[in-house]
Design a protein. Structure first.
Length: 338
């Protein structure tokens, strides 16, 4: 985190000049997705985005889907007794419609509306084979029943917590965003992004109150058709209690992503996301969450762009998405030239 902060502060603009165009093939930005781990699904989380503003008058529509498998637990031994501090098993899915628009050379505004789902799913067998193939940690998941939704935990006094989430689908919370470009400084581009999540979710996804987040974003050209992206920020919530859990009121987060454009129409992406403590009243729940994301962005036709990728938990897999896939389709509508 300190490295990211130092890099971003060093990238602060020296003057309010208009952002300069990127040389060579235009960069397409990092993997724009959220933390949809079962316990994080109804909360505001910060995506990895580029600091580059949309051109004035351009509107970008995006339809995206995320399907992931979540599994994790923490045990504690007391003499000969082994106690399960928490257990999370299930799947998440989401479909998201978002739109953004460029207002002038610096300001980009957007809105995002998800449809959320959780349940037992069907991916457990596939994920077991993936772990055997790659050698990645599986948290002994083959020993547990497959394709079930189960969330339980103990509080710091080792009393049971009643999670009130339920299987099913419902509209998620509406999110509004503003991003202000701070302009270039040498080969760096920087921006500030703010987000507000409104309490409009339905079903058992509701009850999170108003949530807000802010990020400092930066990007730097690496030459040879490559770029690095950095982001550092955090979220805050008006309501900590949701689904029978007590969430952290403030949650820091950051990312580092690399883009390589081997061909003019293709970007290959590698990305690491980090976030602070999510839940505060579950004994043994980790305070650091790291995930790896790999993917690609491809211009499939004029004004049309396809994104696809996957996510894998890196550290404290017991509190992150175990494995998930993401796809998205973007359409850019540019103003007519007179």
């Amino acid at each position: 985190m300190s490295f990211l902060l130092a890099a971003l502060l060093a990238a602060a603009p020296a003057s309010p000049s208009v952002p300069a165009p990127v040389s060579g093939p235009a960069r397409r930005g990092p993997i724009d997705s959220r933390d949809e781990f079962l316990l994080a699904q109804p909360r505001l989380t910060l995506p990895a985005v580029s600091p580059d503003p949309l051109p004035p008058g351009e509107t970008r529509w995006r339809l995206a889907a995320d399907w992931g498998n979540d599994f994790g637990y923490r045990l504690r031994r007391q003499g000969d007794v082994r106690r399960t501090l928490y257990f999370v098993d299930g799947e998440h899915r989401s479909g998201v419609l978002s739109v953004s628009h460029g207002f002038g050379p610096r300001l980009t505004a957007g809105a995002r509306l998800p449809l959320l789902w959780r349940g037992g799913g069907v991916l457990d067998g596939l994920i077991d084979r993936w772990h055997r193939l790659t050698g990645l940690p599986d948290s002994n998941r083959p020993q547990y029943p497959r394709d079930e939704l189960h969330v339980s935990g103990l509080d710091p006094s080792l009393r049971p917590i009643a999670w009130s989430g339920a299987a099913g689908s419902a509209p998620g919370p509406l999110e509004l965003a503003l991003q202000w470009s701070l302009g270039p400084r040498g080969r760096w581009a920087t921006a500030v992004a703010t987000r507000v999540q409104l309490p409009t979710a339905g079903g058992s996804f509701g009850g999170g109150g108003v949530q807000a987040g802010a990020q400092l974003l930066a990007a730097h050209g690496l030459g040879g058709g490559g770029d690095v992206y950095l982001g550092l920020g955090g979220t805050a919530a008006s309501a900590r209690a949701q689904q029978g859990l007590t969430y952290a009121r403030l949650r820091p987060g950051g990312f580092v992503a690399f883009e390589w454009r081997p061909w003019r129409a293709v970007s290959l992406l590698a990305q690491g996301d980090a976030a602070g403590r999510l839940v505060r009243d579950v004994e043994g729940f980790p305070g650091l969450h790291l995930t790896l994301k790999m993917g690609a962005r491809v211009d499939v036709a004029p004004s049309w762009r396809l994104q696809a990728g996957f996510t894998e938990g890196l550290y404290a897999v017991s509190a992150t998405t175990d494995f998930g896939v993401m796809v998205g389709l973007e359409r850019s509508i540019r103003p007519r030239r007179r």
